[in-house]
Write a protein that binds this ligand. Structure first.
Ligand SMILES: C[S@@+](CC[C@H](N)C(=O)[O-])C[C@H]1O[C@@H](n2cnc3c(N)ncnc32)[C@H](O)[C@@H]1O
Length: 285
């Protein structure tokens, strides 16, 4: 599947290369050259932010490989400490935007400890507050990766109406800095091996997955988006796999929840401050 490359990422790589040692530069350029060859463009164009398209897997591999080279470099003078899962949750709460409570983060960690997933998917990453606990738990397990599906684009976030206040709020968000903070956090805390980002509308990329072990649905909250995400993704979840449905207290997520209730069992839920169920954890029957 061909997708648009994240040009911001490659211009950031270019900036990072300007201060890098010669051998790091060479190693990174090997991966960028390979990508350029596969995408029918040049490394110079890629690094200067010229838009291009490439197969999802080729882009994803390039990014993983480039981050590994930078990480190896960082292991030299500044060793990355293997922070505990609890420490990662604390750091994410302090430095990233989002809405994941400590209670919900701990529940995410428990699911990942219990089911030891290989393939995790989170729709709606925003600042990474709920993705980071999952990634930290995967690292502690020593296996598995989480695919974050996010566009960081106001036009996509408001494509289908929810309510006026919410839609206006999303139009004013500085997605660029939220996304940069998230990527920096992943790199600085050595989570790049567990985190794969797919920058595309959720409805267009469900075909990338065959079997999902853990699914967190927290993307668009319109009636249309929430139901669409459930329909496209929950059928990929294996029997016994986990599905987290966030913002269950929104009237617009009601149809999505009715669909989930029809073929999954509720195993846990969290209430909002009015005592209404706001987040539901399901097990697929
Ligand atoms: C509620 S936020 C996610 C919060 C995050 N999971 C947390 O716990 O902090 C919803 C996110 O979904 C993204 N989003 C909305 N519609 C989307 C779509 N169709 N495809 C992908 N992402 C989408 C928005 O950009 C937004 O960042």
């Amino acid at each position: 599947m061909m997708i648009d490359a994240d040009t911001n990422y490659f211009t950031e790589v270019n900036t990072r290369l300007s201060g890098a040692d010669e051998h790091v530069r060479k190693e990174v350029m090997k991966h960028v050259d390979y990508l350029a060859q596969k995408a029918g463009t040049s490394s110079a164009k890629i690094l200067s932010g010229v838009p291009f398209r490439a197969a999802y897997q080729v882009l994803s591999d390039c990014r993983q490989n480039v981050e590994s080279v930078f990480r190896e470099k960082m292991r030299g003078p500044v060793a990355i400490s293997p922070d505990s899962v609890e420490k990662m949750i604390e750091l994410a709460e302090k430095s990233l935007e989002g809405w994941c409570s400590t209670e919900k983060s701990m529940a995410i960690v428990k699911i990942i400890n219990d089911i030891k997933p290989e393939i995790c998917v989170e729709i709606g990453v925003y600042g990474g507050r709920s993705l980071i606990p999952a990634a930290a738990a995967l690292r502690a397990n020593g296996k598995g990766a989480i695919y974050g599906i996010e566009t960081w684009r106001p036009d996509v976030a408001t494509e289908h109406a929810t309510n006026e206040t919410n839609d206006e709020w999303w139009k004013k968000i500085d997605f660029h800095s939220i996304k940069s903070d998230f990527y920096r956090f992943v790199a600085e805390h050595d989570l790049a091996s567990q985190v794969r980002l797919i920058e595309a509308p959720a409805s267009s990329v469900s075909g990338l997955f065959d079997t999902i072990d853990y699914l967190h649905i927290d993307g668009g909250h319109s009636i249309y988006n929430a139901a669409e995400d459930v329909i496209h993704y929950s059928k990929k979840v294996r029997k016994g796999g986990a599905i987290i449905m966030d913002d269950a207290n929104w009237p617009s997520t009601g149809p999505a929840i009715a669909i989930l209730d029809s073929f999954c069992d509720r195993v846990q839920s969290f209430n909002d401050d009015k005592g209404v169920i706001a987040c539901i954890i399901y097990r697929k029957r």
